[in-house]
Design a protein around this ligand. Structure first.
Ligand SMILES: [Zn+2]
Length: 158
């Protein structure tokens, strides 16, 4: 599933980068070519997080971006139940898609100015909504949603 999330995150990131470049002009050299998916981690503080960094190679600076998702999303995807109140509201599929959109909005805004990457203002909110709507149109998202039907899936497990 690491491959799935790395693919989904980067396919969406590239599509949105193209849209934003058309709208606001080119953003090189702050632009990152890829967003790393850092995996699922347990956190009591966040649904997802974006880490912005930079790497210097001689005179060249490469800006890096990494997204982590709370491991409770993975448990929910795996069909596990929890004592956490309203578990599926907090970590279910809809919230997962919303969280990916939220973190991607941070990444895309950081391409323009590094500290834009930390903001939660109107721009970030609007971009999150746009990306979320885009994500729901993707085959990748529809297929993962279909896979949430565990009752059917277990019959076919090899
Ligand atoms: Zn945020």
């Amino acid at each position: 599933m690491e491959t799935y999330f790395e693919h989904l995150i980067n396919a969406t990131y590239q599509a949105y980068q193209d849209i934003l470049i058309k709208k606001h002009g080119n953003i090189y050299p702050l632009r990152s070519a890829v967003v790393k998916f850092g995996g699922f981690q347990l956190s009591y503080n966040w649904h997802g997080r974006t880490r912005l960094g930079k790497e210097e190679i001689g005179n060249l600076t490469i800006y890096t971006k990494e997204i982590h998702l709370n491991i409770l999303f993975a448990y929910c995807l795996a069909g596990l139940k929890s004592d956490i109140p309203n578990f599926t509201d907090h970590f279910g599929f809809r919230k997962l898609i919303n969280t990916i959109a939220h973190e991607l909005a941070h990444c895309l805004m950081a391409n323009y100015k590094l500290n834009f990457g930390q903001e939660h203002g109107t721009e970030h909110q609007e971009l999150t909504q746009d990306i979320e709507a885009f994500l729901w149109t993707l085959y990748e998202v529809k297929e993962l949603e279909r896979l949430q039907n565990w009752k059917e899936l277990v019959k076919g497990l090899g």
